[in-house]
Design a protein around this ligand. Structure first.
Ligand SMILES: Cc1cc2nc3c(=O)[nH]c(=O)nc-3n(C[C@H](O)[C@H](O)[C@H](O)COP(=O)(O)OP(=O)(O)OC[C@H]3O[C@@H](n4cnc5c(N)ncnc54)[C@H](O)[C@@H]3O)c2cc1C
Length: 462
């Protein structure tokens, strides 16, 4: 079992869609419309596309609820396979976590190949490992194939950490993925400093599969590509209810109704009560990001000179990168005292300056938050909820590549093909109501244990 919680997070109030600081505006139908929350990505994204709300009754082969990476990737791949697809999104494409995340394209999820084998067993393991390995490639291939304008860069992902905890994790990661043929490079403190511009960390690793994207632009690009291949995407369209109808399903949504043979639920950390129990299959937690003004030339030369995406190995991790305008962008857990408040990023700015003292004095211009969907074992889930109804969710803060990949898994389910991931029946997180308290305790104890790592003698590779 992996010991870490990803994405850094803290309790969120369960107040349904729209509880992370975004504005609601009245719509023509009188129902509130969810405006895209303010963020660096909202301010710098490729132009929004026209996704008018549903109006009236219509039909499709596949109805997809949720217009994030999962739903949009499924829509694109299904449209390419010749299916008539309708995406119904309560906000706009990328309104949820997909338009607010750190944009770090992480290779797979944080599970070692040996842990994958222990969890999924001998028959399934090769397919799951191949899927994990190919997830980052899928993102960059889609960008290339569909000409998606999203400031993408692929210098690799650097993992960096402190003490024996980091060394043990990175050693196992580089050895086990190395055995799978991935060219992961271990980095001593001095080499790490040359690569990312800080000697804060003791030890690190470079994984060439990673990179970064402007996430909202990527979401918009996926939507544009799906529409170009015939998919229909309705923004401002929240689905209120679903019921079996003839051989398929009928959805009642803002502005109209949709009949479809297949239904895909791609609502991740924003799942509501649309499908009984789905929102209790994950624990939604809020993760926060702070971004600086564009760095001046001297700082730019000193900080992340190779423009890598960096993710810590800490239990309560931070992750950071530069954006296309050389702003420093750092994400991590919320503040323990006011976790649901998007303004609580002072601890992130403090940490950024501890890691890169040259950041002292920069202006921090943007801050925002969004919901990560956590599962008890930190792995995502592919559910069969009923005949022709499937869901893919639970990306644990590492979903840029994996949710895009899950769009292809859901596509295969609709096409009647074998998936790499096992398909499960709906499983609820045990003691769901208590989980958020458990997560808070996990974070508090994680912070304390991380502080002890800081005091350890710097380890070296042997
Ligand atoms: C702050 C933050 C930072 C992160 N950083 C990273 C990172 O750097 N790298 C990484 O790999 N991952 C990161 N993640 C995780 C990643 O963003 C997610 O795993 C991924 O975007 C999930 O995509 P999705 O399509 O499954 O869900 P989402 O993008 O959350 O989309 C779900 C959509 O469903 C819609 N919806 C819900 N209910 C309904 C309904 N009834 N009717 C209509 N629409 C509905 C919502 O409006 C929402 O837009 C981060 C997440 C957050 C919040």
């Amino acid at each position: 079992m992996t010991r870490r919680m990803l994405g850094g997070a803290v309790m969120v109030r369960r107040s349904g869609l729209g509880s992370s600081g975004q504005t609601r505006l009245p719509s023509a139908s009188g129902e509130s419309v969810m405006k895209l929350p303010e963020s660096l990505w909202a301010a710098s994204a490729a132009p929004a596309i026209d996704t008018p709300p549903l109006a009236g009754e219509t039909g499709a082969d596949v109805a997809i609820v949720g217009g994030g990476f999962t739903g949009l990737s499924a829509a694109l791949h299904l449209a390419e396979a010749g299916k008539r697809v309708i995406v119904l999104e309560a906000g706009e494409p990328g309104w949820g976590a997909s338009g607010r995340n750190g944009g770090q394209v992480n290779p797979g999820w944080r599970m070692l190949p040996s842990e994958v084998a222990a969890k999924y067993g001998g028959n399934r393991t090769p397919a799951v490992l191949a899927m994990l390995d190919q997830a980052s490639d899928l993102v960059f291939d889609l960008i290339g194939r569909h000409g998606i304008d999203c400031d993408h860069e692929r210098p690799g992902l650097v993992s960096a950490g402190l003490g024996r905890h980091a060394k043990a994790f990175l050693e196992a990661w580089s050895r086990e993925w190395g055995e799978q043929g991935v060219k992961v490079e271990r980095l001593e403190r001095a080499a790490l400093k040359d690569l990312i511009g800080t000697d804060y960390y003791h030890i690190g690793m470079h994984d060439p599969r990673g990179g970064h994207v402007q996430p909202l632009s990527f979401a918009r690009g996926l939507a544009r590509a799906a529409i170009a291949r015939g998919a229909i995407v309705h923004g401002g369209t929240r689905v209120h209810s679903v019921h079996a109808h003839g051989a398929g399903w009928r959805l009642a949504a803002t502005g109209g109704e949709v009949e479809a043979e297949h239904l895909l639920l791609c609502t991740n950390g924003y799942s509501d009560r649309l499908w009984p129990g789905l929102e209790r299959s994950v624990v939604p937690v809020t993760s926060f990001i702070a971004a600086s003004e564009p760095l001046d030339e001297a700082r730019r030369r000193a900080i992340l000179p190779g423009r890598h995406a960096v993710a810590e190995t800490r239990r309560t991790l931070h992750y950071f990168r530069l954006d296309r305008d050389d702003r420093f962008v750092m994400g991590g857990r919320g503040n323990f005292t006011n976790g649901a408040e998007p303004g609580s990023v002072g601890h992130l700015r403090k940490m950024a300056t501890a890691i890169f003292p040259a950041l002292d004095g920069v202006a921090w211009t943007h801050r925002w938050g969004g919901r990560v969907a956590v599962t008890p074992d930190h792995t995502p889930r592919l559910f069969r909820l009923a005949r022709n109804v499937h869901a893919g969710l639970g990306f644990n803060g590492r979903g840029v590549a994996m949710s895009t990949m899950f769009g292809t898994q859901l596509t295969r389910l609709v096409l009647g093909e074998e998936t790499d991931m096992p398909v499960e029946s709906l499983g609820l997180v045990p003691r769901h109501g208590l989980r958020q308290f458990g997560l808070t305790w996990y974070l508090v104890s994680g912070v304390m244990r991380d502080r002890l790592d800081l005091q350890e003698t710097p380890p070296t590779w042997t």
